[in-house]
Design a protein around this ligand. Structure first.
Ligand SMILES: NC(=O)C1=CN([C@@H]2O[C@H](COP(=O)(O)OP(=O)(O)OC[C@H]3O[C@@H](n4cnc5c(N)ncnc54)[C@H](O)[C@@H]3O)[C@@H](O)[C@H]2O)[C@H](O)CC1
Ligand SMILES: [K+]
Length: 584
């Protein structure tokens, strides 16, 4: 559903970084609250009450927008209606209470229970109040007000998902209270079918979809969705603390706009990650400076393996983005077959033959940053070059960016238990070493399947840092950054950036930024580089989870670029634009 501006304005867009938590941490926050004597059912009532009020407000805003768009005004005031899908746990308990409060507010409600064997569970035989779970208390409270409900398993949607929509499923607002932070495995059987039916009914009706705490089917701690099946929410009302899984891997694809419902204070818990919402401001350059102040980037890559076409483009993209980010000087050590192409696209670059090993080693001495691996090739000769130049960069205390085929050779050195890995790990404790794999490269580095990386990206990036040292980017939807032991999630970027060469562009932004010694640590670090790269990609496709005015969408009749067709070569101009915006 296209949400009205007033709704997106309510979504947390502060440019301050947002702390992200995993399920275990949120449970700990709740338990710490209960340990102070606060009642868990009271908290559930508070959560549900706040969500019900928010849903009423959201619905009014959607209605107002629909009216302003409608050609003719239909003055009939219809009773708003909600269809609340509840599971068995406390997320379901939230759902029962939301239904109860909406009913009290005059809404027409219908609760669809899933996974509850039969109604007599509500006549729970347990007599002592304290033994009854919060979810059952909530259910009872709603049923005491004769809240209409039915079992999903009894509906013909369950038997036949293409069946005509049951009248009970006609509603203005669909509320997902099937699973919250307790989801820990793939929804199966009636739960799986319920998610399919929920999504198709809500889409068919054009209902506003609100997820309670987290879209059901999404794992709060990892952002994983099983078989691509989760509730497709327009809005997620995120309780107590922002979940890590909402911002990485599949999270952004299902959560819609996230609105925080803080509920209880908590301080002493170290977040699982920090969501980066914006780039740091960059200090304008002082007049009295020269290109040496802004560093000399040496790009080592762009090889041509006998008989192949070669990969000169990778080195050209990295160099272009390093210059667009503001590097003072750039030299490209690539196969001489590409020197002409490079100079025609980047006349300010200097070139040297990748295979002239002594000359390249000599150049490493005078460079400030060495970016190695992009289009280097994976054959034995490339491995010899990689090893030799990596050793030289370490010997001369250079800032290092290792990407692409460089990561491939690093994985091979690790498999061979090569001493250079230990040397690199030790070196990275006192020098800036940045490694920027995507999931496939991380799988090689960890000798694991890609699915193992993708299912728990946070663990994967920590394992990479433990083995190889350094600061890491695990690229993907909601790229993870691990720098000085702190995990970050990049909140910008879009699917259009999943194209060839975007990684080469990122390596150039990292190299170009780290080369500029007039910037302080706050301004020139791996996180900043990843955000600049992502903001540039967002601006190019004219979409951003950021306030558009901040980055001045390109106005006028300029040609639109969309996610489909976004190319790495479009990026340097956008990177320059973002650098300028961050410097103003
Ligand atoms: N008082 C409180 O603690 C508050 C809780 N809040 C809400 O509670 C949920 C978390 O509730 P919880 O009962 O721990 O888990 P869920 O409701 O998310 O899941 C229910 C239950 O389901 C089981 N389960 C997990 N995966 C599957 C699966 N694939 N198929 C079937 N069953 C599955 C698992 O055992 C879970 O326990 C939280 O999100 C809030 O919405 C509020 O914060 C208010 C206070
Ligand atoms: K939910």
């Amino acid at each position: 559903m296209q949400l009205p501006m007033q709704i997106t304005a309510q979504c947390s867009r502060s440019s301050l970084p947002i702390a992200l938590y995993n399920s275990k941490q949120v449970y700990a926050i709740e338990q710490a609250w209960f340990a102070q004597g606060y009642d868990s059912f009271g908290l559930m009532q508070q959560a549900a009450w706040q969500m019900a009020q928010r849903i009423i407000l959201l619905y009014q805003q959607v209605k107002t927008q629909a009216k302003s768009k409608a050609k003719h005004h239909n003055h009939k005031v219809s009773q708003p209606s909600a269809c609340v899908w509840v599971g068995q746990g406390n997320n379901g308990g939230d759902g029962w209470l939301i239904a109860h409060y909406l009913q009290q507010a005059g809404w027409q409600v219908q609760v669809i229970t899933v996974g509850i064997e039969n109604d007599n569970q509500t006549n729970d035989s347990q007599n002592s109040k304290s033994a009854i779970s919060d979810a059952l208390k909530a259910q009872r409270m709603a049923l005491d007000m004769s809240c209409p409900h039915q079992r999903f398993e009894d509906m013909h949607q369950y038997q036949n998902k293409n069946a005509r929509l049951d009248i009970a499923l006609q509603a203005d607002v669909y509320i997902d209270a099937l699973f919250g932070i307790g989801l820990d495995r793939a929804p199966a059987n009636s739960y799986k079918q319920a998610i399919v039916s929920f999504n198709s009914a809500a889409q068919q009706i054009g209902a506003l979809v609100v997820a309670v705490d987290i879209p059901s089917g999404l794992v709060a701690s990892t952002g994983q969705v099983f078989e691509g099946l989760a509730i497709q929410a327009d809005i997620t009302l995120c309780l107590i603390a922002r979940k890590f899984g909402l911002h990485t891997k599949d999270g952004m694809g299902f959560s819609g706009k996230v609105i925080d419902i803080p509920l209880i204070p908590f301080a002493s818990i170290e977040p699982a990650a920090i969501l980066l919402k914006d780039g740091q401001h960059l200090t304008p350059r002082c007049q009295n400076s020269y290109k040496g102040s802004y560093g000399h980037v040496l790009v080592v890559g762009g090889n041509r393996i006998d008989g192949s076409q070669g990969m000169g483009g990778a080195a050209i993209l990295t160099s272009s983005s390093a210059m667009a980010t503001g590097a003072g000087k750039i030299t490209v050590a690539c196969h001489q077959a590409f020197h002409g192409a490079l100079l025609s696209s980047l006349p300010d670059a200097m070139t040297i033959d990748l295979h002239e090993q002594e000359s390249v080693e000599h150049l490493i001495k005078s460079a400030s940053v060495v970016a190695i691996g992009m289009g280097l090739g994976r054959d034995e000769k490339a491995k010899i070059l990689f090893t030799r130049y990596l050793k030289a960069a370490i010997a001369h205390n250079k800032t290092l960016i290792i990407d692409a085929d460089g990561l491939y050779h690093l994985a091979a050195l690790q498999r061979d238990k090569n001493e250079l890995i230990t040397q690199l790990r030790e070196y990275s404790k006192t020098h800036n070493v940045c490694l920027t794999p995507h999931s496939g490269e991380a799988a090689k580095l960890l000798d694991k399947k890609i699915s193992a990386i993708e299912n728990d990206r946070s663990s994967a990036i920590h394992q990479c840092a433990n083995i190889y040292g350094g600061n890491w980017v695990l690229k993907g939807a909601g790229s993870l950054i691990l720098a000085q032991g702190q995990l970050y999630v990049c909140g910008a970027g879009n699917a259009g950036m999943a194209t060839a060469g975007m990684g080469d562009i990122l390596s150039g932004v990292v190299a170009g930024l780290l080369a500029q010694q007039d910037l302080n640590d706050e301004q020139n670090n791996l996180c900043q580089a990843v955000v600049i790269h992502a903001l540039a990609g967002d601006m190019l496709v004219r979409q951003s989870s950021y306030d558009a005015t901040t980055y001045d969408r390109i106005s006028g009749n300029q040609l639109l670029i969309g996610q489909r067709g976004l190319q790495a070569q479009d990026m340097p101009a956008a990177i320059r634009h973002i650098m300028q915006k961050l410097t103003c």
